[in-house]
Design a protein around this ligand. Structure first.
Ligand SMILES: Nc1ncnc2c1ncn2[C@@H]1O[C@H](COP(=O)(O)OP(=O)(O)OP(=O)(O)O)[C@@H](O)[C@H]1O
Length: 376
C-alpha cells in the first residue's frame, strides 16, 4: 500500500487509541517472540494511582530479525523488554518466546527459559571484581558448566567481540565500548536464541555506538540470533533494525519494515522522531531558525523522501516549473536503510498554504513522500 503522506497536521493523539498503522506484513519466518494483547499495569502506591504501562500490545519478532522498539521516556519500553525474560509479569495477555508461553511459567520455569534469552544493558552491568573473562564465564559457572568447557566457550566469544587481547582486564580498565563488548559476549555465553538490548548504546559516543551496532548485526547474522532492542534514538533503528515498532503511551502506534516507516511515517509520534533525526543532520544555524507554524512570508521546510530508482532532479525542476516557484536545496543525502537506497532531500519553498499544498500534491503525485519539518 502506498498511502501518500498528508501534510495536514493531525490532532495530538488522534491515532493514539486506534490500531497501530502497519502496512508491511510480518515476514513468514517463524515468530520467536510474540506479544498477544499484552497489558501491564503497575498497582497503585500510597501517593500515586495505578499506571497502565502497556496496553493491548501485539508484536511479532520473526526468527533471525532485529526488531527495534522506539519510544520516549515513560512510553513503556523497559517494561516491554523486561516482560520477555520475566523480570516483569504481564497483567494479562500472552507472551510466547521461543515456543514457550512465558506468561504461563512459574519462577522455576522462568529461570530455565531465561537461559535461551541473553540481555545487554545501557550501563553494561559488569561485575567490577571480575575480569572480562570472568564476567563472560559467570552465567556458565552458575549453570554448572565444567571449567574446561567454560574456557573453550568463553575464549571464542571474546574473539568474536574483538576482545581476545583483553581477557584479563577488569571493567575499570576498559572503555565503554569494550565494556559493552564484554556485555555482549556474556549475553551470548549460554547460546541464546534471543538477545534483548536495553538502550545498549545510549551511554556511548556516536562512533562507538556505530561499532557496537555493527557488532550486533554481526552476531545476528553469524549466529542467526533474533534481536529485540529498545531505544529512544531513531538513528539506532535506522542503522540496525529490520523492523520497528513505535511505542507511545504504552501502545504500539505504528509498526512495520524500517525502510517503509522511514519513507512513509504516518503516526505523529513517528514523524516527530524522524523530524528530530532530520533536524540532527541539518546545520545548527538553520535548525535554530526553524519555527513550528507558518507566519506570513515564511518559507516551508520540506523533507522529501525518494525511494528506489526515482531521480530527484526532474521532480524538483518540474515542481519549480509547474508552480513557478523557487526551490532552495538545503540538504541532500543518499542513505541506505537495511541495504535499500533511500534519498532524503530537504528544501525550502514558499510556505503559504496554497503554494505548499501544490508542492506537496505534485511531489506526492510523482510517488514520493513529503513531510513539513517547519518554517523559516
Ligand atoms: N515498578 C514500577 N512501579 C510503578 N510504575 C512503574 C514501574 N516501572 C515503570 N513504571 C511506570 O510505567 C511507565 C512506563 O515505564 P517504562 O520504564 O517502561 O518506560 P520507558 O519507555 O522505558 O522509559 P525510560 O526511557 O525513561 O526508561 C511509566 O509511567 C513509569 O513511571
Amino acid at each position: 500500500m502506498n498511502a501518500p503522506l498528508s501534510i495536514a497536521p493531525q490532532p495530538a493523539g488522534a491515532a493514539g487509541a486506534q490500531a497501530p498503522v502497519t502496512d508491511a506484513p510480518v515476514p513468514h519466518a517463524p515468530a520467536v517472540i510474540r506479544f498477544e494483547r499484552i497489558e501491564k499495569t503497575y498497582p497503585a502506591r500510597a501517593a500515586s494511582g495505578a499506571v497502565a504501562a502497556l496496553q493491548d500490545v501485539n508484536l511479532t519478532v520473526p526468527e533471525g530479525a532485529i526488531v527495534g522498539v522506539i519510544g520516549r521516556s515513560g512510553a513503556g519500553k523497559s517494561t516491554l523488554i523486561r516482560l520477555v525474560n520475566g523480570l516483569e509479569r504481564a497483567t494479562s495477555g500472552r507472551l510466547i518466546v521461543d515456543g514457550t508461553e512465558i506468561t504461563a511459567l512459574d519462577e522455576g520455569g522462568l529461570r530455565a527459559a531465561r537461559r535461551s534469552i541473553g540481555m545487554i544493558f545501557q550501563h553494561f552491568n559488569l561485575l567490577a571484581r571480575r575480569t572480562a573473562f570472568g564476567n563472560v564465564a559467570l552465567p556458565l559457572e552458575i549453570a554448572g558448566v565444567p571449567s574446561r568447557e567454560i574456557k573453550a566457550r568463553v575464549e571464542p566469544l571474546l574473539d568474536l567481540v574483538g576482545l581476545g587481547d583483553k581477557r584479563d582486564r577488569y571493567p575499570a580498565e576498559l572503555s565503554g565500548g569494550q565494556k559493552q563488548r564484554v556485555g555482549i559476549a556474556r549475553a551470548l555465553a549460554m547460546r541464546p536464541r534471543v538477545l534483548l538490548s536495553d538502550e545498549a548504546t545510549s551511554a556511548l559516543d556516536p562512533e562507538t555506538t556505530n561499532q557496537i551496532l555493527a557488532l550486533l548485526r554481526k552476531v545476528n547474522a553469524e549466529l542467526n540470533l533474533t534481536v529485540l532492542l529498545i531505544t529512544h534514538e531513531m538513528a539506532v533503528i535506522k542503522s540496525v533494525a529490520d523492523r520497528v515498532a513505535v511505542l507511545d503511551g504504552g501502545r504500539i502506534v505504528e509498526e512495520g519494515r524500517t525502510f517503509e516507516i522511514f519513507a512513509r511515517p504516518r503516526h505523529p509520534t513517528t514523524r516527530s522522531f524522524l523530524s528530530a533525526l532530520t533536524g540532527a543532520t541539518l546545520p545548527a544555524y538553520f535548525v535554530d531558525r526553524l519555527k513550528p507554524d507558518y507566519t506570513p512570508g515564511a518559507e516551508a521546510v520540506l523533507r522529501i523522501v525518494f525511494t528506489g530508482a526515482h531521480a530527484t532532479d526532474p521532480v524538483l525542476s518540474r515542481v519549480a516549473r509547474d508552480l513557478g516557484i523557487d526551490i532552495n536545496i538545503i540538504q541532500a543525502q543518499v542513505d541506505d536503510i537495511a541495504g535499500e537506497p533511500f534519498g532524503v532531500i530537504v528544501v525550502s519553498v514558499p510556505g503559504d498554504p496554497q503554494t505548499l499544498s501544490g508542492v506537496v500534491a505534485t511531489v506526492e503525485g510523482l510517488g514520493h513522500a513529503t513531510e513539513v519539518v517547519g518554517y523559516v
